[in-house]
Structures are given as C-alpha cells and as structure tokens.
Design a binder for this molecule. Structure first.
Ligand SMILES: [Mg+2]
Length: 240
C-alpha cells in the first residue's frame, strides 16, 4: 500500500468545460461585432477556434508564442485573415468581447465541486496548466481556486509546457511530495499523463472524449469517464 499525498489537476476540460465554451463564445463575439463583414458568425467563430487550438497545440517547451499582452488579439487576427480580412482594431475588439463572454461563462463541471470538497480534506491539491497569466488569471480568480488548491502552476509563465517533466517535478517540489506519493489527473493523454509518467508520478486519465486507449504503454494507473469516479480511483491506487 502506498499513500498518496498530493493530487494535481489539469484545468481546461478536466475541471472546467473549455471546449464547448470556446466555440460558443467565439461565435457570439463574431455575431455581435463582425456582422457587417459578410462572414457567417459560425464561420468566423470556427476560424477562431482553429487558430486557438493551433496556438495551444504548437505550444511546446521553450516556444514563446506571440508577445505577451497580445495572445488573444493575435488569434483573432489569424481568424480574420483566414477570411481575407485585415483589421487589427476589430481583432482587438473581438478579443476583448470574447474574453468577457468566456469569463462570464467559466464554471466547474457540476460533478467537480463535491469531489474537490472531499479530496481537499485528504490531500494537498494543485493545478498544473499550460496557460499564461494573460489568458488564465481572471478565469482562475473567478473559479476561486484558492478554496481548494494549495498550488497553481502556469507552465507558460515558466517558459515550460506539459508534457515537459520539469513542470511536474516543480509542482511536486512545491507540494513537498515524492513522485510515488503524487497523482496527476488530466484529459490529454500525451500532455498530462505521459508527461507525469516521465516525472515518475501516478496518473489518472480523465477520458472525457472517450478516446481509444493509447497503443503505447504504459497506461494510466486509472482511467475514469467522470470526475465523480476520482475518489474511488485514488483509493484503488492507494490499495494497489
Ligand atoms: Mg485539458
């Protein structure tokens, strides 16, 4: 039996719904501000989603991305450019409106809060996200992360990105937990699970998109389809 001391979570699409909100807020911002462009809001929203996913996917260790203060407007500039429009002012206004809409809609998945209430009494809890302060600070304040989480790591602020094992090691240092006493919970197998495994941690894969199990070993220590299953999964890991 090995005891777990610290549990770390990915944020987007693990604790909060990111993907659905990304699409609906991008479409709403486009419908409100770009109606006279003769681009369907759904098409401009879709171009924004593509630009944003492209940005976060390309983000790797040491990659800097756009200058700070300009991440969202850059994504919107790219979305407009995909429809042949160059308008920096509009890109900035779309970015500001999109951020306001996103902030108003940010919320934990409904099953998450009772789980955090329970785990918070038993373990040190932390967040490890690939975000930047620029895109994540207001969102995290609204989620009142400090109620449950002892440590919040924004990898982008350290010029690191999951799956770089360094970010996981840094999190364990902060929590004072050894790898075998530490669990990472996340929805992206390559970033969250594989990265944590390389740092020697135990892992719980939240398979929210019902993806096929990865062909390459090792698998996660546990796989769950809902965050409500997490406390039992952690107990099984402790007993195993
Ligand atoms: Mg995620």
């Amino acid at each position: 039996m090995s005891s777990i001391q610290a549990v770390f979570f990915d944020l987007d699409d693990t604790l909060i719904d990111d993907t659905e909100s990304l699409e609906s807020c991008a479409q709403s911002a486009a419908a409100e501000l770009a109606a006279d462009l003769k681009i369907a809001p759904a098409a401009l929203g879709a171009a924004y989603v593509e630009a944003a996913i492209g940005f976060w996917t390309a983000l790797g260790p040491g990659s800097s991305g756009p200058p700070r203060g300009d991440i969202r407007p850059t994504m919107w500039r790219e979305a407009l450019a995909r429809h042949g429009v160059r308008d920096d002012d509009l890109a900035r206004r779309l970015a500001a409106r999109f951020d306001a809409l996103r902030l108003a809609s940010v919320a934990y998945f409904p099953e998450v809060l009772p789980v955090l209430e329970e785990l918070h009494r038993r373990y040190t809890l932390g967040i490890i996200t690939n975000g930047f302060a620029e895109t994540h600070d207001k969102k995290m304040a609204r989620l009142e992360l400090s109620k449950f989480f002892d440590h919040v790591l924004l990898a982008g602020e350290m010029d690191l990105a999951k799956p770089d094992p360094q970010i996981f090691r840094h999190a364990m240092d902060l929590a004072g937990s050894k790898p075998e006493q530490s669990v990472m919970v996340g929805d992206r197998f390559e970033r969250d699970i594989r990265g944590a495994q390389r740092a020697g941690m135990r892992t719980v894969w939240f398979n929210i998109r019902k993806e096929a199990l990865p062909e390459r070993l090792p698998l996660a220590d546990a796989t769950i389809g809902s965050m409500a299953e997490l406390p039992a999964a952690l107990r099984r890991i402790e007993l195993g």
